[in-house]
Design a binder for this molecule. Structure first.
Ligand code: NAP
Length: 258
């Protein structure tokens, strides 16, 4: 199976990660569908990929845990014989959404561990393997795609830990892009806006209203597939002279307006 590109997508059982896994499989990639707790959901993604003629496996793993990160990279290489793409998508919102003045160290550790430390050290592991594969001629190039958020710069005072973690993704992306450029590995930060997934289900009504009022120029919810199509463009080598780039997938939310 080693002629097919191999992609590892974290948090691919639901939402944005699910759509990315399906998009990459549609493009012929062998996909490792990582999940944390919802094996049923991950297996359903794998079954959908198989029905369409693709190749995928589901693998449990908590990206905040060192051993699990090792397992994910090794299982991807075992399954597909190489590693071409890492999509750092898994993420959690701030548990309980406490006001900044009530924010806890426990939540900080959980959110930063999952949304920032985990992706950084997973990228480090994946990059080491990609460098070996590129130097050996097993793969022509590698790609690391970090799913960040508009919360990297648009502050919510009831989710300080989440905003800080996503802001850190910009530095993670720039550092990796600089270090890995000569290894023929491109690194991107993708910033989704307000996307209809389980994560935003609890605030759906609030954003229905705010979207109708014009919060986002394109005036609609983003869909997971909107993000997946951008990841598809990156892996299709449609951005060959870019690295360290932030790509907004937000219906124009990032535009400063009067
Ligand atoms: P979601 O619907 O809540 O899905 C989260 C996914 O991450 C699930 O597959 C979940 O696995 C997995 N996951 C959670 N904790 C994990 C861990 N410790 N290790 C491995 N996997 C873990 O979330 P989403 O809305 O698709 O968000 C995906 C990414 O996009 C996140 O990084 C999020 O911050 C970012 N984002 C989302 C939005 C939005 O509006 N939805 C906007 C901007 C950025 P299980 O199914 O096993 O629980």
């Amino acid at each position: 199976m080693s002629e097919k590109l191999v992609s590892l997508v974290t948090g691919a059982s639901r939402g944005i990660g699910r759509a990315i896994a399906i998009e990459l499989a549609r493009r012929g990639h062998v996909v490792l569908v990582n999940y944390h707790a919802r094996q049923d959901a991950a297996d359903a993604v794998v079954a959908e990929i198989h029905r369409a003629g693709g190749h995928a496996i589901s693998v449990q793993g908590d990206v905040s845990r060192t051993e699990d990160r090792r397992k994910l990279v090794e299982r991807a290489v075992e399954f597909g014989g190489r590693l071409d793409v890492l999509v750092n998508n898994a993420g959690i919102t701030s548990p309980g959404r406490h006001d900044l003045l009530d924010a806890t160290e426990q939540n900080w550790d959980q959110v930063l561990g999952t949304n920032l430390k985990g992706p950084f050290f997973l990228a480090q592991l994946a990059a080491r393997r990609m460098v070996e594969f590129v130097r050996a001629g097993t793969i022509p190039s590698g790609k690391i795609i970090n799913i960040s958020s508009i919360s990297a710069y648009a502050m919510s005072t009831d989710r300080a830990d989440y905003c800080i973690a996503k802001a850190g993704m910009a530095a993670v992306t720039a550092l990796l892009a600089d270090r890995l450029a000569l290894e023929n590995i491109q690194v991107f930060e993708v910033c989704p806006g307000i996307i209809a997934t389980d994560m935003t289900a609890p605030v759906r009504e609030k954003y229905d209203t705010r979207l109708a009022e014009g919060l986002v120029p394109l005036r609609r919810w983003g869909q997971p597939e909107d993000v997946a199509r951008v990841v598809g463009a990156i892996v299709a080598d449609s951005l060959p002279y870019c690295t360290g780039e932030r790509i907004n997938v937000d219906g124009g939310f990032h535009i400063r307006r009067l």
